[in-house]
Design a protein around this ligand. Structure first.
Ligand code: ADP
Length: 411
């Protein structure tokens, strides 16, 4: 009877050992059972199997959790999670934490890997007083990253050394970059609008005051005011087009266009501008139509932008060549807009599609540029699943390459 009781007790211990998945605990329980009951164990084999099966099923029940499964779950989280002892030593760190902070070491002070004083202060405060603290953490090396950190006190339970606090870090790098871009964008857009507006207001005051009876000055000033108002109108138009195209960037275009025909019309419409600037504008397209999935109006304004840029900024080269070819293997069309102007230095190339980025501010304004043209082209091509490549070097002219998918269904 005593043997049976001991066996049942040992069986219970084994089951708990299995439940906790702590190998050593389970092993001790098995040894205990073996020593105490000997042959009685064989008798109980049936019960053993049932209990083991129950133990294996237990983790699926509500309220139970195997530490191994818990760690696997923490490792699957995209955000760093670190548990800390009472002395602020690292007890466990999930995969995201180990990747983000390779200097983290088991049982080593958190401060060895994360030195930010605000974070360490917040951790200490939670360890001393309990509760929860939040703080922001950002660093620039090896790559710029920003985290929103929460440190929460944990209830201590049992005799084993328990984690006293947990640090959860949410990666907000992308969110911060988007916020910074939005702030920059509003500041830039306001500045771009404020300059012509200030100029118009200045001329209005002059016309109301000192130049009231000066007919010649009035004519001149009204001309300048009209130019500035047109500049503001262009800017507002481009801003609206940009927000419209951004809104539908994720939607694939529903129409189909013949790129050869579209380029023919666009080049035709810009021949006057080219002639005025002393530029010979030419177009080379393969025979027959070349169909692509796309929105006619959006692609027309994208190509207008690129050809206008080539005429305006590359006019010193005297010619602009537009060409369309089928890529090999088929499935893509490549459109090239080539000018023989001054070209662009390498450091500017990656930034040209940023809103309001200009190589030469004065030249862009003199040419009526808003600084939004290439940003619009980029977003239009994103929507059309196309690509934009700008090849340029000082003194060598500029070639802008656009590739657009031409799926067989529309070719
Ligand atoms: P903008 O309205 O100023 O023309 P874009 O976004 O179209 O704005 O172009 C950004 C800048 O890129 C221009 O201000 C100009 O400095 C430069 N750029 C664009 N195309 C060319 C080109 N073909 N040759 C030289 N510079 C160019």
């Amino acid at each position: 009877m005593t043997g049976r009781l001991t066996a049942a007790l040992a069986l219970g211990l084994v089951a708990i050992g299995a439940l906790l998945s702590v190998g050593a605990f389970g092993l001790v329980a098995v040894l205990l059972a073996g020593a105490a009951v000997g042959g009685a164990l064989a008798l109980l084999a049936g019960r053993w199997n049932r209990a083991a099966n129950r133990a294996a099923r237990l983790p699926e029940r509500r309220g139970t959790l195997r530490p191994g499964a818990g760690m696997a779950m923490l490792d699957a989280l995209p955000d760093p999670v670190i548990s800390l002892s009472r002395r602020a030593n690292v007890m466990t760190a999930n995969r995201a934490a180990r990747l983000a902070f390779p200097a983290l070491g088991q049982d080593e002070p958190l401060s060895f890997a994360l030195r930010d004083p605000r974070l360490l202060e917040a951790v200490q405060s939670v360890l001393d007083k309990g509760g929860e603290q939040r703080c922001a953490l950002s660093f620039r090396t090896p790559v710029e990253r920003a985290f929103d950190c929460r440190i929460m006190a944990l209830e201590a339970a049992g005799a084993r050394p328990e984690a006293a606090a947990v640090l959860v870090m949410t990666d907000v790098t992308e969110q911060r970059a988007v916020e910074a871009m939005r702030v920059d964008f509003v500041a830039n857009a306001s500045h771009e609008l404020r300059t012509p507006l200030a100029s118009i207001l200045g001329f209005v005051e002059t016309l109301q005051g000192p130049a009231r009876n000066d007919a010649a000055a009035r004519e001149r000033f009204l001309g300048i005011m009209a130019d500035q108002a047109r500049r503001m109108a262009r800017l507002v138009d481009d801003l609206l087009s940009l927000s419209r195209i951004e809104l539908k960037e994720h939607l694939a275009p529903s129409g189909t266009v013949d790129l050869a025909g579209l380029l023919g019309q666009t080049v035709g419409a810009l021949t006057g501008l080219a002639r005025d600037r002393g530029v010979v504008l030419s177009l080379e397209v393969p025979p027959g139509p070349l169909m692509a999935a796309g929105e006619r109006d959006e692609l027309t304004s994208a190509f207008e932008n690129l050809i206008e840029n080539a005429i305006k900024y590359g006019k010193s080269g005297g010619k602009v060549e537009v060409s369309l070819v089928r890529a090999e293997p088929p499935g893509e069309a490549i459109i090239a807009v080539r000018d023989y102007g001054p070209g662009i230095a390498a450091e500017h190339l990656p930034r040209l599609t940023e809103r309001f980025y200009r190589v030469d501010n004065a030249l862009s304004r003199a040419e009526g540029g808003t600084g939004l043209g290439l940003a619009l082209v980029k977003h239009t091509l994103n929507r059309h699943r196309g690509r934009l490549t700008i090849q340029s070097a000082p003194g060598k002219g500029t070639t802008v390459l656009v590739s657009l998918p031409c799926p067989p269904a529309v070719m």
